[in-house]
Design a protein around this ligand. Structure first.
Ligand code: IMP
Length: 448
């Protein structure tokens, strides 16, 4: 199997980490191709929960090489913290051995974070992502490969620092970048990561030519894509399938599977229109937030919650061509009397089945729902047992409560995409795979 892509099919935070963790066990390479530490994934290893932001989720699979790819923006200081946390837990130092940073990836500098702190519109994660991509597009950004040259060029360093300070001034940020500390930061990056900085596109290309499996890990989600999402309330990178290979430095012909990860409902963090949004402090919206622990991994901000939106999911499929959906957090809906699925929008009296491009119009869209009966709330252990019966008895989705199964089948019918796996709890064993599908694997294999 050549390359597979895993993408968030909604507004991010769909639980991609768990799907990646399962697929990584069968892959030799896991590659992040866009974004930076605005992403957050939670990894559960035994009794320990680890929050990672830039290290690919494939890290849990001992045999998997890890790439922070060409299309990423990387904060070297945050990466250091992540690597230390990983070392403290596993005593493994993967950098330079199985973890590589692309020469082409852009560096997130303290300047970018300071500049991002002035954002008042989008509700960014404040990690400097947009400003780092802006520098890249303006062709003044610093890639990892540029650092040794820049260190030797005092004029360019002064010019760069001057530009940064003028920009901070222009958005009312008072802090300033100093030439001396900027230079020593660049030297530190080189000393810390020199052995890990590689031409990673070629490494992945060789692996593919040798018949190895490559997993391309998306961050954020389809609706946060800079070109195809709910602009301007989006992230600053192309989160979609088309960028998966490009941002990894390989060609698109390698991709065979593209899995869209979707919650059984919808969440969104940050600002921007969200047609199926529910009140956060009552009823089903509150149920989803509380039972689903809907707080951002990166910022801890509460996530906004709402019903599953097939209009946005079908737009997301139009762009990404999913070969399968991984439906996550179905268990969270347990205990709700009725479940709604949004099938159309009502835009000032007109029924539409696509997302309007302008956020002003999208904000006016009212969801049109079909209603399905709910299913009972089960304990974490009961869901795990159900998943075990599904696996061992080769029963697939048939183990689900009847109304949960009809909810799932209806999503397949409306989207036209097969559901290949269903998440029914945070534990890696709490997944039910479609029989014989790509996720129908032993959950215990080859991990830390
Ligand atoms: P930025 O990526 O920090 O510039 O933030 C832009 C928008 O994308 C904000 O609404 C963020 O909340 C959202 N965002 C960025 N990364 C993620 C993510 O990993 N999950 C969910 N939302 C995200």
């Amino acid at each position: 199997m050549p390359a597979s892509v895993v993408l968030g099919a909604q507004w991010g935070d769909e639980g991609k980490g768990k799907a990646i963790d399962q697929l990584a066990a069968e892959s030799s390479w896991a590659v992040r191709f866009q974004g930076g530490n605005n992403a957050g994934h939670t990894i559960v290893l035994g009794d320990t929960t680890l929050k990672l932001h830039q290290i690919p989720s494939g890290v849990t699979s001992t045999s998997c090489n890890l790439v922070l790819g060409d299309g990423m923006v990387i904060d070297p200081w945050v990466l250091e913290e992540e690597l230390d946390r990983w070392y403290n837990l596993t005593k493994e130092r993967p950098e330079g051995k199985r973890l590589f940073i692309s020469e082409r990836a852009a560096v997130i500098l303290p300047f970018h974070k300071l500049y991002d702190s002035a954002d008042k519109v989008v509700g960014t994660t404040g990690r400097g992502i947009g400003p780092a991509y802006r520098d890249r597009i303006e062709r003044v950004g610093i890639r990892f490969v540029d650092i040794p040259f820049l260190i030797e060029d005092s004029d360019k360093i002064e010019e760069t620092v001057d530009r940064m300070n003028k920009q901070l001034d222009s958005v009312g940020v008072l802090e300033r970048i100093e030439v001396i500390s900027f230079k020593s930061q660049l030297r530190w990056i080189l000393e810390r990561y020199g052995d890990s900085i590689k031409h990673t596109g070629s490494m992945i290309d060789i692996a593919l030519k040798n018949g190895e499996n490559v997993l391309l890990e998306g961050a954020q989600g389809a609706m946060l894509d800079i070109d195809q999402g709910t602009y301007p309330f989006v992230t600053s990178s192309v989160t979609s399938r088309a960028n998966a290979t490009h941002g990894a430095g390989i060609h698109p012909g390698h991709v065979t599977n593209c899995f869209g990860i979707s919650k059984a409902y919808t969440t969104r963090v940050g600002n921007g229109p969200f047609p199926t949004e529910l009140p956060y402090d009552e009823g089903p919206g509150q149920h989803m937030a509380m039972v689903g622990h809907e707080f951002g991994t990166t910022t801890g901000r509460p996530r906004r919650t709402g019903w599953l939106d097939m209009v946005s999911l079908s737009d997301s499929h139009r762009v990404n061509g999913y070969t399968g959906i991984v439906l996550t957090k179905l268990d969270v809906l347990g205990g709700l009397e009725e479940l709604n699925i949004c099938t159309k929008y009502d835009l000032e009296g007109k029924l539409i089945d696509y997302m309007p491009t302008s956020c002003e119009e999208l904000a006016l869209c009212k969801p049109v729902y079909e209603t399905h009966p709910g299913f009972p709330a089960l304990s974490e252990q009961e869901w795990i047992e159900m998943a075990e019966i599904a696996r061992e008895g080769k029963e697939g989705f048939n183990v689900l409560p009847e109304t949960a199964l009809s909810y799932v089948r209806r999503i397949e019918e409306l989207s036209g995409i097969p559901i290949v796996s269903i998440g029914v709890g945070p534990d890696r064993k709490a997944s039910i795979a479609s029989l014989g599908g790509p996720f129908d694997v032993d959950p215990e294999v080859a991990t830390f």
